[in-house]
Design a protein around this ligand. Structure first.
Ligand code: FAQ
Length: 308
């Protein structure tokens, strides 16, 4: 029976059919999905914090309303993703516990500080830009609930990227001090964004299996290259320079060559020693504790009304 189930699973993958929650799947496939989807969800809710920091300091009512909507979208993405991961039989409590105890990762990028308003532009333009590059192929992920969640998320990320670029454009068309602020934000966010795609393919332990299972469709390095190729002309349009002296168009490859990534910085941030790791996790845990009464009240209400 086990080999029949395995054969059916593999045939479905070969035919590009979605695997659904009720379908049989190998334990390792389930485990990888829970790992990736929950880490993605954690990234969305931790990702609310660096920008949330600027809601009260946005430079106009319009910018404030846009930023508020963006941060709310991120909370929504976290919720769809937790729900997608729950279909695999892991509870939200288990996932949050893994985040709070430091067992589960979230994206390295959210451990960097947001020092000026221009960082809201750089995050939208670069971080959401990188997120879309990585997430559009996930709309074709073999696991149905994750793939479907990604479709709506990508539409919203696309709005986020444009709002970030719009902030950068306004700053770059503004006073010299505003343009310098935009350049400073690009200088600080460029390399951490390039790292978001994860380790090089030859040192990415999960890639090969995840590609075979149709979870990942494009490799870390290929996505990183696509992101750089798409972003360089945008920086040129803004009149900003990317902080990489080795960045150069390679006619033969039809891609940009770029400099060495400082993987020791990436490993440090992953190991909990980035500029804001402790602050992000403690803010997140405080929000969870502060919300205890809401969860308790919701459970009591559901119980009283015979719901689940
Ligand atoms: N940060 O073998 P691989 C967003 C870990 S976008 C931290 O290559 P995999 C939107 C990796 O987990 C950001 N850890 O792993 C937003 C693994 O460790 P593990 C979130 C990283 O899974 C924008 C180890 O290194 N997006 O939130 C990172 O095949 C603005 C070895 O790596 C997603 O999560 C990293 N950057 O590939 C929100 C997308 N990179 O788990 C607010 C879905 C790697 O074995 C504001 N995820 N690691 O302990 C993915 O596509 C994949 O999981 C990758 C990593 C590509 C991130």
């Amino acid at each position: 029976l086990a080999s029949q189930q395995q054969a059916r699973f593999e045939a479905a993958l070969a035919k590009e059919q979605k695997i659904e929650a009720q379908d049989w799947m190998p334990d390792a496939y389930r485990k990888t999905l829970v790992r990736q989807i929950s880490q993605h969800a954690h990234s969305e809710i931790i990702g609310m914090l660096p920008e949330g920091n600027w809601i009260t300091r946005a430079p106009s009512l319009k910018r404030k309303a846009i930023l508020l909507a963006k941060v709310q979208d991120e909370g929504g993405h976290g919720l769809y993703l937790y729900a997608a991961a729950e279909t695999l039989g892991t509870s939200r409590e288990q996932m949050l516990d893994a985040l709070h105890s430091g067992r589960a990762k979230y994206s390295s990028i959210f451990n960097y500080p947001t020092l000026t308003w221009a960082d809201m532009g750089a995050i939208g333009w670069l971080v959401d830009g990188a997120a879309i590059m990585n997430q559009v192929p996930l709309c074709r992920c073999s696991y149905g609930p994750y793939a479907r969640a990604m479709i709506r998320i990508c539409k919203e990320e696309s709005f986020h990227q444009r709002q970030g670029f719009d902030i950068m454009l306004s700053l770059c068309k503004g006073t010299p001090a505003q343009k310098a602020m935009a350049q400073d934000a690009l200088n600080r966010w460029w390399w951490p964004t390039v790292m978001m795609f994860g380790p090089n393919d030859d040192s990415s332990p999960n890639s090969r299996q995840s590609m075979e299972w149709g979870i990942k469709r494009i490799s870390n390095d290929a996505l990183r290259q696509k992101f750089i190729d798409a972003t360089v002309p945008q920086a040129e349009l803004l009149g900003l320079s990317i902080p990489d002296p080795a960045l150069k168009w390679n006619e033969e490859r039809s891609h940009y060559d770029f400099g060495e990534i400082d993987w020791s910085e990436f490993m440090r941030v992953l190991g909990g020693d980035g500029p804001c790791n402790k602050e992000r996790l403690s803010t997140r845990m405080k929000a969870h504790e502060d919300g205890t009464w809401v969860r308790e009240a919701a459970m009591a209400y559901a119980k009283k009304h015979g719901g689940k």
